[in-house]
Each structure stands twice: as C-alpha cells, then as structure tokens.
Design a protein around this ligand. Structure first.
Ligand SMILES: *[C@@H]1O[C@H](CO)[C@@H](O)[C@H](O)[C@H]1NC(C)=O
Ligand SMILES: *[C@@H]1O[C@H](CO)[C@@H](O)[C@H](O)[C@H]1NC(C)=O
Ligand SMILES: *[C@@H]1O[C@H](CO)[C@@H](O)[C@H](O)[C@H]1NC(C)=O
Ligand SMILES: *[C@@H]1O[C@H](CO)[C@@H](O)[C@H](O)[C@H]1NC(C)=O
Ligand SMILES: *[C@@H]1O[C@H](CO)[C@@H](O)[C@H](O)[C@H]1NC(C)=O
Ligand SMILES: *[C@@H]1O[C@H](CO)[C@@H](O)[C@H](O)[C@H]1NC(C)=O
Ligand SMILES: *[C@@H]1O[C@H](CO)[C@@H](O)[C@H](O)[C@H]1NC(C)=O
Ligand SMILES: *[C@@H]1O[C@H](CO)[C@@H](O)[C@H](O)[C@H]1NC(C)=O
Ligand SMILES: *[C@@H]1O[C@H](CO)[C@@H](O)[C@H](O)[C@H]1NC(C)=O
Ligand SMILES: *[C@@H]1O[C@H](CO)[C@@H](O)[C@H](O)[C@H]1NC(C)=O
Length: 709
C-alpha cells in the first residue's frame, strides 16, 4: 500500500469545508460579502523606461538576448502553501526565497519571452494581471502571443492568486498581497531582461538524468498501447534539455533547463516557503556562476523549469527528503548534469522567432479522431480519485485511487449540498465517477475555467509548447511528436527540438492520455475536460504548429477572451493580522533562547526571538527577515554572509496562542564556513493599537556573538 499523505487530495476537513462553503454561498450570499475583503489595486510604483520596438540587429545574425531575475516571495505567514491543497499547511517562514526568471529573445523583427517562476502554477488571474501591467508599461511589445509564463510547480510557494472558486477555497481566497508579490516579481524580472538585452547567442544541449524520478501511477502508464510503450525505455522521461544564453564573447548570461519531475521533495508538513528541488537546482547553479554574490543576486540567471511531470515523483525512495532541508538525490544529480549540459552546449540555435497563441473554450472542443469519428470535450469535473491524492501526498479520506465507482456516502452529501452532476456531464466523463461537477458550479464564481490558453513559441528550431496544466509522461510525448511532425513539414524546422513547458498560463489540473484516463487514478480523476482532453490539446497544438510552419499565424482566430472577474466579486477568507502580543516583560526582537557561545562547522546555531506577524512587514521582496553576520577584525565591521534566501538558513515563524509568535532562526553551519565571530539578526514589524488605529512598528533583534571553530 502506498504511503498516504496529502498531495492535492482532500482531508475530511477540507471536504466538509468545501461543502459547507457551497451551502453557505447558496443559502446566504450575505455571509460571503461580510467575509469578502475588497482590495484596491495598487497602481504600479515604478515608471517604465522601455526602449520600445525591435532593436537593430547586429551583423552575423545573432539574436538579442536578455535575462532577469526578481524576488516573487509574498507574505510568509498565514497564507496557505499552494500544492497539497491542505488548508492547515500555512506559511511560517522561509527556507529559500522564490524567484521569477525571465528570458527575452529578439530576432530583429520579433520578440519572445519565457518566464519560469518558483510558484505552484501560473493561474489565469495571475497571467491576466501580469499582461495588464506589461501592456501599461510596454504597450504592444509584450503580448498574449509572445509571452509564456510557466510555474516550476513547487508545492511550497504561496497560494491566493486564483479567480475560480475551487482554487480560491484551497487558497483561503484571493489574497491581494500574495498575487501582487508574484505579479511584481514576474514583471520586474521581465523589466530586467528587457533592460539587459544585448547581442548574444543561444546553444542547445540534451542529456539524460537517471535515478532521479519515478512514475507514481505506473498502473495507468501500463494502460497505454504496448507498441507505444515499447518505443521508450522508461515510464518517465529522463531527458534534460538545456538552452544556454551567452553574449557575443561567449560569456554566459543564463540558462533554461527542462526536466520532468514534481517539486514535492518538501512534504505537506513543511511550513517554510521554498523553491523545492527545482528552485534549489537554480540556486546552486546561480551561486556557482555568480561567485561572491548572496543568493538571488548576481547577473547569471539559471531557470530549472517544469515539463511533463504529471505522473512523475522525485521521491525515488518514497517520500523521504523533506523539510529537514536535506539535499535530495535529484538535487544533487540535477545540478551537475545541468552544469555539464550547459558547459557542453554547442549546437547553436539560429533562425527566426515565431509566436502563436489562442484562447479556447475547452468545454466545447470537437476533436476529429479520424475521417469518420469525432468526439467532444466535457464541462469540467473532478473524479473521486482526485480526493485520494498520490504517493507524494494523498487525502486522508476514504477515497482510493483507481475508483471508477462513486462512494455512496460522499455522493449523498455532495448531492444534498451541490446537486448531482447532470446526466450529460456524467456521460461525457465516463468512466470517471464525478465527485465535483465543477463546470456546473457557478457560485459565487465559476469553480473552474472554460477558456484556456494554448501557445507555442519557437526560437529557430526550438519549439516551446506552453501546456496549461500538468501533462503525464506519455501525454507529453504525444504532444511533442505531434508538434514536431507539423513543424518539420517545413525545411526551416528540420531537426526541431520540441520542449514541453509545464504549468503555463492557466491551471487546469492534469492531462492524461485516453488510455490512462480509463484507469481513473489521481491524474485521470483530475483530467477535468474528460477522456478526450489530450486529443483536443493535440489538435489545438497541431493547429498552432501548422500556422507557425506555414506562416499563417496572423490568420489564427484569437478565440474567446477569458473573464477577468471584478475585484469586488473575489473573496478573501484570510483574516486580517491581529494585534501582535508578546510575553510579559519582553520586547519585540528580544532573544528568548540564546545561541551557544561556540559551534563547530556542521552544527546548527539557533536563536529564538519574540516576533511579530511577518505579514505586517508588507512587501519584503529583495529584502530579508534575517541575517547571519561575520565580524571582521581588520575592517571592524559586520558583514552579511547569509540572508533568508540562503539554503543554510531557516527562518521559522511559529504562531502561538493569543497572537504571540516566535521567530526561530537556524544556521546550518556549512563545512565551508570561515572560523570566526558571528551573530544572527532578525528584522520584523509588529502591530499594536493606538486608540482604535492600528500602528505598525519596525523592530530588530540580535543574538549574542558566537564563535565558529
Ligand atoms: C514529512 O517530513 C517530516 C520532516 O522531515 C517527516 O518527519 C515526516 O515523516 C514526513 N511525512 C511524510 C508523510 O512523509
Ligand atoms: C548531496 O550532496 C551533499 C553535498 O555534496 C551531501 O552532503 C549529501 O549527502 C548528498 N545527498 C544525497 C542524498 O546523496
Ligand atoms: C463555453 O462553451 C459552452 C458550450 O458552448 C458555453 O455554454 C459556455 O458559455 C462557453 N463558456 C464561455 C466562458 O464562453
Ligand atoms: C476512427 O476511430 C474510431 C474510434 O477510435 C474507430 O472506431 C474507427 O474504426 C476509426 N475509423 C477509421 C476509418 O479509422
Ligand atoms: C471506507 O471504505 C470501505 C470500503 O469501501 C468501507 O467498508 C468503510 O466502511 C469505509 N470507511 C469509512 C470510515 O467510511
Ligand atoms: C438521468 O438519468 C437517469 C437514469 O438514466 C434518469 O432516471 C433521469 O431521469 C435522468 N435525469 C435527467 C435530468 O434527465
Ligand atoms: C465590474 O465592474 C465594472 C466597472 O466597475 C462594472 O461596470 C461591471 O458591471 C462590474 N461587473 C460585475 C459583474 O460586477
Ligand atoms: C515583570 O516585571 C515586573 C517588574 O519588574 C515583575 O514584578 C514581574 O514579576 C515580572 N513578570 C514576569 C512574568 O516576569
Ligand atoms: C579578532 O579579535 C578578537 C578579539 O580581539 C580575537 O579574539 C580574535 O581571535 C580575532 N580574530 C581573528 C580572526 O583574528
Ligand atoms: C517561544 O519560545 C519560548 C522559549 O522557547 C517558548 O517558551 C514559547 O512557548 C514560544 N512561543 C511560541 C508562540 O512558540
């Protein structure tokens, strides 16, 4: 029996919560409006200084390339982490900061942008807000068709940036400070890449990474036709694709790497914000290239982006490598291979750029299977196995994966509260037993999207396919083949490398093959547009690829525009920060548990401070809640050696009863630490009332000086 925990499954509490929520919204919209927080959209503080329009192309046909990275870490207290759909897993500090990494390429007449952000997934709301900002700053330069936004799928990023009801429920609503941090981080990373544009070159390399991922639904995979499976040596993709960006002197500017694995090395008990395995690979690579820089600083940008990870776990020995922060096999092996592939990349990517994008009503796609047969996609619905979760974390309810019969108990509750799924939807989703007929649930806002983005950008003969969800291994392979086949009808695309970029632009859960769908494990139960979801996407991506190959992108219909719900329609279930309290006779920032006088390398220095709620600190992007500082006798100065972005530090924010909280800072002293005198500091803000008015005050705390020998 696979270990059960909570990935993306639902606990009893959540299930009841969802049901109560529906009941409540159905019965009394008044309650919602009491809970609803209305937000004023901040206008962007920074004025743009864009060099608009395509820039003259230098001789010898290089591209213009630009890379940028910006912090997108939101409020690290109280906000649920996005991934395991566990409302108890709220943020409590930072292991590593989250970054958006942007890459811009210009061929002299066209431009494309690829962004990989350390977040669970890109949501439609997030994309629409980013595109509005870009439109305001750059006019028509960065558009729906030429900007791809991809999430790494870390399960330790912050939630709260969705506009559809199901995701709002598992996020405690639409949380303005949370989405604002991600929007600002993404836009700033694009601003930086834009300002850094210079003549440069791009190289492609590919390799294989063994023993770093495993298929967590092998039973579903085995339902794919034998002759198809026989063409592959493994039930997960082992390939790593690397794009290396250099200037004209060959000096490295950045890299993008794609590898299929779920960033769930941190399990659902983790409370610290973290980039998980892919974020850590970026961290190590950037630290290696930006010598002497603190994490998150330095010009070299290394994105480890997501791919066809739908059924792919990193937990090759079961879920073991977790919030202790121990390095995983995957982390250890991915970085060297990334480095090797980067170092050895010689196949230069040349040619021109293309971008094709469409909005599609995915509830209503007719798929031409062959000359005689058509099939249709369905209104969205989630099956019973959705609530069961996966080996990386499953629901604690009585749901098991592979269920093709409903559960009378939960079906009964569901039918009473939500109404049964229509016969039409049930028939369409066969053999999925429907748990939530989300396509038929519209209150207070639609539970799932109808309108979905499909998009391909090409850089020479590299095609990046932006997938609006999590594709399984075989689904990804089929899409790659289909796109390659369409593109290679034209000589310019001979030997095209097709990359599956995961979790792009909008989140629609999973995409399995038709055969995998029949087994109804977690991934199939979460394939929301029915058994022909993949076939529909293949038809759509083929259409985009054909238009690119034939030069008819301009004739593609734009498709129906997705809704942008008014802020007043969105709701937040996250209570305001209460007034912070502290133990009697202490002050904020005071040390409650002191460091020891001396430590050896390899040990953990730890100090606990009286703390305020980190949400009081507002926008902390590119700042830090903690420092580890070393004293230098020569300069008589304290120098910062680590921040809260560092892998070696843990900033644990622990909320107690009665609005008291502690900040415990750990420094896992690395073998490379210099012997000497150190101190640890913590910076925060607390809220108090002056009369009836809340006032926020900054505080700081400093540990005793300790020696490291
Ligand atoms: C999650 O991680 C913690 C910390 O390492 C560990 O103690 C716990 O056993 C893990 N839980 C599961 C279900 O893997
Ligand atoms: C990964 O590498 C680090 C340092 O190189 C080592 O301490 C650690 O044990 C390795 N982890 C695994 C799981 O091999
Ligand atoms: C999508 O298509 C369905 C079926 O035609 C239609 O009922 C629905 O309104 C469409 N959705 C949107 C958002 O236009
Ligand atoms: C078309 O596909 C359907 C469903 O897979 C199949 O039953 C039928 O035989 C196919 N027809 C042709 C002409 O290939
Ligand atoms: C769980 O499911 C099993 C088998 O379907 C059933 O016998 C059992 O009563 C269920 N338990 C609960 C707590 O619903
Ligand atoms: C749905 O199907 C069931 C069983 O076939 C039938 O009894 C019922 O009347 C149908 N409901 C509607 C609304 O058509
Ligand atoms: C959304 O806001 C706009 C402008 O404030 C208003 O015209 C429109 O009616 C609102 N729509 C809904 C559905 O509330
Ligand atoms: C707080 O300080 C006051 C005055 O020094 C003292 O009387 C009281 O016992 C202290 N309370 C605690 C809990 O230490
Ligand atoms: C720095 O100065 C202190 C106090 O004078 C001394 O104990 C320590 O050994 C010195 N450290 C180094 C690295 O010279
Ligand atoms: C804070 O730390 C102190 C000292 O270890 C402990 O007594 C107290 O319970 C902690 N408070 C919270 C809220 O964790």
């Amino acid at each position: 029996m696979a270990p059960k925990s909570v990935c993306c499954g639902l606990s009893t509490l959540e299930m009841l919560f969802i049901m109560l929520f529906v009941l409540m919204t159905g019965v009394s919209m008044g309650l919602i409006s009491v809970m609803a927080t209305k937000w004023n959209v901040d206008s962007s503080p920074e004025e743009p200084s864009p060099t608009l329009g395509p820039t003259a192309r230098p001789p010898g046909n290089p591209f213009l390339v630009g890379v940028g990275r910006a912090d997108c870490t939101g409020p690290v207290g109280d906000v649920p982490l996005m991934g395991y759909a566990n409302l108890d897993q709220t943020a409590g500090g930072i292991h590593t900061r989250l970054y958006s990494r942007a890459f811009i390429v210009d061929d002299g007449s066209k431009r494309v942008v690829f962004v990989s952000a350390d977040i669970g997934m890109v949501s439609q709301r997030l994309r629409l807000e980013v595109m509005r900002e870009l439109q305001g700053k750059y006019g028509n330069l960065y558009r729906q068709d030429n900007v791809v936004l991809s999430g790494t799928h870390t399960h330790s990023g912050l939630a709260g940036y969705f506009q559809y009801t199901l995701f709002m429920i598992t996020s405690k609503g639409y949380i303005k400070p949370s989405i604002q941090a991600i929007v600002n981080g993404i836009v700033q990373s694009i601003d930086m890449a834009h300002k850094n544009l210079k003549p440069g070159r791009i190289f492609l390399n590919k390799g294989e990474l063994e023993d770093s991922n495993l298929n967590r639904s092998p039973h579903s995979y085995l339902n794919n036709p034998a002759e198809e499976r026989n063409r592959y040596k493994s039930n997960t993709d082992k390939q790593v694709v690397v794009l290396k960006f250099t200037d004209l002197h060959g000096d490295g500017l950045g890299m993008i790497s794609w590898f299929a694995v779920h960033p769930v090395s941190m399990n659902y008990t983790n409370r610290m914000v973290s980039g998980d395995n892919l974020g850590h690979a970026s961290y190590l690579f950037e630290q290696e290239k930006n010598i002497g820089s603190l994490p998150g600083e330095g010009p070299f940008v290394a994105a480890f982006a997501s791919s066809n990870l739908g059924d792919v776990s990193p937990n090759t020995r079961g879920p073991y490598c977790v919030n202790t922060g121990e390095a995983c096999d995957y982390i250890n092996s991915s970085c060297p291979i990334g480095g090797e592939l980067y170092g050895g990349a010689q196949r230069e990517v040349r040619g021109v750029l293309h971008a094709a994008h469409q909005w599609v009503n995915m509830t209503d796609v007719t798929v031409q299977l062959n000359s005689t047969h058509t099939v249709k996609t369905c209104k969205p619905a989630l099956g019973h196995s959705f609530a069961a979760g996966t080996i990386d974390g499953g629901g604690d309810l009585n749901f098991t994966q592979g269920a093709v019969e409903g559960d009378p108990f939960w079906d009964g509750i569901r039918d009473t509260l939500l109404g049964p799924p229509s016969n039409e939807t049930q028939d369409c989703h066969q053999p999925k037993p429907i748990l939530f007929s989300t396509g038929e649930m519209k209150k207070p806002l639609p539970w799932h999207p109808d309108i979905v983005d499909v998009q391909i950008i090409t850089i020479g003969s590299v095609a990046i396919v932006a997938i609006p969800g999590e594709v399984t291994t075989m689904s990804g392979r089929r899409i790659r083949e289909a796109v390659k086949q369409e593109l290679e009808t034209q000589a310019a695309f001979t030997n095209t490398e097709v990359v599956i970029a995961g979790l792009c632009n909008i989140y629609t859960h999973y995409i399995t093959t038709y055969e995998e769908y029949q087994v109804q494990r977690y991934e199939a139960a979460s394939t929301i547009y029915g058994p022909h979801t993949l076939s529909a996407y293949m038809q759509l991506f083929r259409g985009l690829a054909r238009a690119i190959a034939e030069g008819t992108v301009g004739e593609l219909p734009k498709g129906p525009e997705p809704p942008f719900f008014n802020d007043s329609q969105l709701f937040s279930l996250l209570p305001a920060v209460p007034v912070d309290r502290k133990p009697e006779n202490t002050s904020f920032g005071q040390v409650l548990e002191q460091v020891l006088p001396t430590y050896k390398r390899g040990e953990v220095a730890s100090v606990t401070f009286v703390s305020g709620n980190p949400r009081n600190s507002g926008d902390m992007r590119e700042k830090t809640f903690i420092t580890v500082e070393q004293y230098h006798n020569r300069t008589q100065q304290w120098d910062i050696v680590h921040t809260d972005a560092s892998w070696e530090t843990r900033f644990h924010w622990v909320k107690g009863s009665g609005a008291q909280s502690n900040a415990t800072v750990e420094w896992h002293i690395p073998p490379s630490a210099q012997p000497g005198s150190y101190r640890i500091r913590h910076f925060g803000h607390y809220k108090q009332l002056k009369g009836l008015r809340p006032v926020i005050t900054a505080y700081e705390g400093t540990s005793d000086v300790f020696r490291v020998s």
